[in-house]
Structures are given as C-alpha cells and as structure tokens.
Design a protein around this ligand. Sequence first.
Ligand code: 5GP
Ligand code: MG
Ligand code: MG
Length: 183
Amino acid sequence: MPQRPYVIDELISAKAIAARIEALSRAIKTEFKDTDKLVVVGLLRGSFVFIADLVRELDLPVEVDFLEASSYGDGMESSREVRILKDIRGQIEGRDVLVVEDIIDTGFTLEHVLHLLQSRKPRKLRTIALLDKPTRRETGVKADWIGFEIPDEFVVGYGIDFAQRNRNLPFIGCVRFLAENEA
Ligand code: 5GP
Ligand code: MG
Ligand code: MG
C-alpha cells in the first residue's frame, strides 16, 4: 500500500530521553537492590532501543528476555485483541521481573501481558513504559514507572515504528501527514 507523504516533528529529544532514563534507573535500582538476578522482559519490537539503554544504566545483575505481543499490526489503531506471538524463554516463578514496554495506549497489551506473567507466580512484577498516552486508556492497567506522558499523537523513533520504518531515529517524533499541496 503506498504511504501518504509525511514528516516527523521532534517531540522528545535524544538528550531528554537519556536524562530521563538515568533518573528512572536510580528508582529501579532502589526497588531491586535485594534481587540477586533481575529478569528484564522487553516487549518486542518497539522497546528494543529503550531496553538497550535502560539495562546499561542498571548496574545490577540482569537477565534479558523478550516477549512479542501483537495488537497494532502495521496500522495506526489498536486492534484490542492481544495475541502472544513469541513467549519468553526463561522461567520466572519466584523471580523478580521488570516488564519494559514502549507505549501504553489503550492498555490492552500491557494488561494481557501482566496477567499472563502474573499467572507464572513471579516474586515481584514491576513495569516500566517509556511513553504513556493517559487520555487513550480503556483499561485500569498502570505502570510503576513512566518515562514521559504524551498527547494522543502517533509517534515514531527510538525503537518505535510506523509500518516498520523510523525505528532507528534517535529521538521520538510525531507523524504529520502532508496536505496535497505540501507534498
Ligand atoms: P495498547 O494495547 O496499550 O493500546 O497499545 C500498546 C501498543 O501499541 C504499544 O506498545 C505500541 O507498540 C503500540 N502503539 C501505541 N501508540 C503508538 C504510537 O503512537 N506509535 C506506534 N508506532 N505504536 C503505538
Ligand atoms: Mg509495544
Ligand atoms: Mg508497531
């Protein structure tokens, strides 16, 4: 499908993201200071850059695992129906787990994933999301730590895609479609 022309307006700079991750890491280190090995569960694919930066700020013993859930596909609207496309590899029973999400939008994805992981009886289950769109929420789910609250805009960059593009931008920006006379 041909994509309408668009530009990306910077919303959060690479520098602001790095500063926020440093602050969040301090809180996370305090929370898990008694953990012998933290299991960091990244939700693919949008959180891959965030996880990479976050775990390097956490001077704690960590194990990194990944789970892939689908709700958006390649579109711009949540499908509300969450499917697990790839489960984590490790056991989490009795372990301390940190789930790392890119964006909480309606909340259906995170709610589904937390429910699944909780059923495996971790000792402690905490959640961090880089971005939160609180005005979009349709569930009661809450993350323990949030990087930034953002308005109801479709964002890309820093791991987050639009139809599998723009994940490699170092900052977070909003997609703005161009009118015919601007394109
Ligand atoms: P939810 O289930 O909370 O509605 O949606 C969560 C997932 O939808 C996020 O983890 C993210 O992958 C995707 N999503 C939500 N908002 C955006 C957005 O603005 N841009 C992109 N690319 N994905 C989004
Ligand atoms: Mg996601
Ligand atoms: Mg996507």
